[in-house]
Design a protein around this ligand. Sequence first.
Ligand SMILES: Nc1ncnc2c1ncn2[C@@H]1O[C@H](COP(=O)(O)OP(=O)(O)OP(=O)(O)O)[C@@H](O)[C@H]1O
Length: 352
Amino acid sequence: MSIIELNNISVTFKQKKEVVKAVDGVTLKIQRGDIFGILGFSGAGKSTLVRTINLLQKPSAGDVVVQGTTFVKNGQVAISGKELQKHRRKIGMIFQSFNLLNETSVLENVAFALRHSNLSDEEIEEKSLRLLELVDLKEKADFYPSQLSGGQKQRVAIARALANDPEILLSDEATSALDPQNTNQILDLLKKLNKELGLTIVLITHQMEAVKKIANRVAVMEHGHLIEEGSLKQIFLEPKKELTRNFVGGSSAAISTLNKLNLDKLSENEAIYQLTYSLSNVTKSIIIELYSKLGVEVSMLYGNVELLNEEPIGTLVVLLKGDLEKQKAAREFLAKENVLVTELDERGQVNA
Ligand SMILES: Nc1ncnc2c1ncn2[C@@H]1O[C@H](COP(=O)(O)OP(=O)(O)OP(=O)(O)O)[C@@H](O)[C@H]1O
């Protein structure tokens, strides 16, 4: 049984005369132990959708079932306030803005989440320190949030979110305000918590890099709709929708490399492609064959191999030189070899 089931969820906001359908008929099943990435640009409806899981947002229509308990049936709340409160404690949540209490210490921030527990003051302190140790921040227990870096603040927020031993953690753009180094540390921590505690994580983000690093399943949202869903590998290597291709194409490292190269405008016989492929599917030296079989000249602009759920995935950005016919033959050859081909412009943006 899925740990989270959203069935045909819609959320409508009415503002004066305007009606905004923030979420439109989304059905989603999340399995226990998943790190489920929900990817989409700002305004796609990700936060609104995820807030229906703990009923911070009541859906206008649809069903919400969490850990086997029906919270909402046909758009109607189906659980008492008291029961909901009990269940909510088992659903941790972290945000882009950390939402810490600035007037209290790090330790008290975590302890605050335990104020309704049956633990004694001593036990609360002990547990809060244990949680801070889990996020590697025990030595900052007596500090105040203003004395911490963004990454450290997010770690306090994570410790607080784990205080009531939740099985689910909702992460709403938790790394969006952080620099790349802190982002990586937080993502590593989330992965560790998933592995060690079996925590199911719903990761809302507009950053493909975050999804790539830790998610095992991915859904893509656009204009309130869920437009695509699959395993990380499916989304990465076989994206079906234009928007998904855009997220996958033009990886941020490739874009930054291309910008540094500062290439001139491409001529008619030139094209830049991002090639993405699983190393286990592509064994031939495709680049050599492009030249030897098809007579297409290839310049390498960027290359990288990374692990996606332990599977090595290659990303190359190449400049191909050849007339239109050769370019077409090259694309067909690559597609036949299980290589995802995305055309980029000279700045690394996806050419629609
Ligand atoms: N309380 C609200 N009242 C009115 N409109 C809202 C409300 N909350 C969200 N919206 C609208 O619903 C749509 C989806 O917003 P939502 O915050 O869910 O998107 P998102 O994908 O999470 O983007 P972001 O990352 O920018 O928050 C937007 O058009 C937003 O303006």
